[in-house]
Write a protein that binds this ligand. Sequence first.
Ligand SMILES: Cc1ncc(C[n+]2csc(CCOP(=O)(O)OP(=O)(O)O)c2C)c(N)n1
Ligand SMILES: CC(=O)[C@@H](O)[C@H](O)COP(=O)(O)O
Ligand SMILES: [Mg+2]
Length: 632
Amino acid sequence: MDYTLLNGISSPADLRRLPRTELQRVADELRAYVLESVSKTGGHLGSNLGTVELTVALHYVFNTPEDRLVWDVGHQTYPHKVLTGRRDRMPTLRQIGGISGFPRRDESEYDTFGTGHSSTSISAAHGMAMAAKLKGENRKAVAIIGDGSMTAGMAFEALNNAGVAHGGLLGDVLVILNDNDMSISPPVGALNKYLARLMSGSFYTAAREGAKSVLKNTPLYEFARKFEEHTKGMVVPGTIFEEFGFNYVGPIDGHDLDTLVPMLENLRDKKGPQFLHIVTKKGAGYKLAEADPVKYHAASGKFDPAVGFVKPATPPKTTFTQVFGEWLCDMAEQDERLVGITPAMREGSGMVEFHQRFPQRYHDVGIAEQHSVTFAAGLACEGIKPVVAIYSTFLQRAYDQMVHDVAIQNLPVLFALDRAGLVGADGATHAGNYDIAFTRCIPNMAVLTPADENECRQALYTGFMHDGPVTVRYPRGAGAGVTPVKAMTAQPWGKGEVRRKGQRIAILAFGTLLYPSLEVAERLDATVANMRFVKPLDADLVAELARTHDALVTVEDGCVMGGAGSAVTEALSAAGISIPVLQLGLPDEFVEHGDPAKLMSLCGLDAAGIEASIVKRFGVKPSVVRAANERG
Ligand SMILES: Cc1ncc(C[n+]2csc(CCOP(=O)(O)OP(=O)(O)O)c2C)c(N)n1
Ligand SMILES: CC(=O)[C@@H](O)[C@H](O)COP(=O)(O)O
Ligand SMILES: [Mg+2]
């Protein structure tokens, strides 16, 4: 493909200089470019291909960046990045030092709001629209949100707020619902059914009074006018979005620029809250992605567009996610009270098989993390044993529910926390750095940090058997490669184990960093404990290691502040023990996107980094440790 038109576009102003008749060619080139680019870097695919025409139309019609575009989740912003001067940086996408896979305010003035987590766009755009009113500025704020992201309570909280005037001020916010009838998995829930009903009665809605002025000059207008003549006297019901105070228009074809552009032009000139419902196809223009949007949601690496995603020649190592998925099925077979819950992450959380085998005990609740936790609490009240499979980063959404609905009532809910620690290419928005810190301070909550695949299986079992709330955290990808033992055995509650006996320095490892710690210990002749539990912490083991060593080193793949190392220093302080402690973990800064192993190395959390930190703090030779101790 030659990119004749694209080559001439280094900003939306260049796009706006083109005649409207050229826009389809721009869209075709852009789609081809995005596919080519993602095939070389990996990254989100289906959503980007599906929003090409929308992106072209938005930048063509609106005066960006003066008018604000807020992209929900932001996984569909590659076409936007290309049109806003970042085409030359697309080969660096999601790599260290490269551009992000999501919008970033520090990356471009066209990225008006940073995203990554879903369902924030309407709130943010409403804030921007209200700010424009308060500052007397005449500009539009546009939220572009998918049908999956629309399922979150937060999106409805925003509609509820944006649809009415505040002190006489009503923001000029346009919400564009990009309905491709897909989340990452097939969509779920009543809203999806409602949108499907709107679709089936699409011309019916288009004929509505409120929509007519917006449709003027569009091909739909004449149709709507005629339709109305035929339906005179009929009571036309409003959409739910109109009940929220929005002027609803749609559904229209989101790939048809001849409809999209005049529609947006009309909406641009209208005051107050507007709602445009467009229909698109996830993966549009790339047959393989259209046929299997779940698979083509994202590419994990390079691929040949002519062939599509292929299985690697050598089977990849078993991931923690797979270990969880297998455990869940095994446990469900043993205990019919088990119910598995996911907030819209069936594939990512390893629950496809569980869904197939136990459909009545599988709940995809949509992108609704808060609800997922309180729903689990309700189930637990009735003697069901819920397992909430959730990414560490997305659990942040449901903190109050963990505290108020689960922990205060001491309900037996098992949280299977995937993507704990750094996740790599998705970067800071998706990193699971904080869960140890924010879960361990909740009374009644137990926090388990398995070190490898087998430990993960046994920890999940241990947590499931416990009569109270438990989190079991494990990282993205594979671990040390320890094949899980099929038999499930409860781990001694709140107990760690010494894995290597050495001298002077004791490394207390939490989670998968046990393995690099063991490597380091060989070189420094240190003791290594696999702590297993952050809470209840094995305070006896901590005291014993402090008594028999000159210094302690804590190692974890979570943030140092408030993390497992802090739990150790609190235990030492409570016992009145004074000993030098080096706390290693993730720094007090957001770690950006990139190769996860390289990022861990940059954070000093690979074997070389752990060793270097110990040597730096306590001296090269173990004997120097005592001197450091004496110095305090
Ligand atoms: C709070 C939150 N939960 C879960 C996710 C993971 N996630 C990313 S995209 C996505 C599906 C979004 O569906 P939709 O908004 O319809 O966009 P589409 O992928 O169809 O383009 C999900 C569940 C997320 N980013 N944020
Ligand atoms: C955009 C988003 O939130 C998801 O698509 C996320 O990128 C999935 O991450 P995993 O690849 O770790 O499942
Ligand atoms: Mg969707």
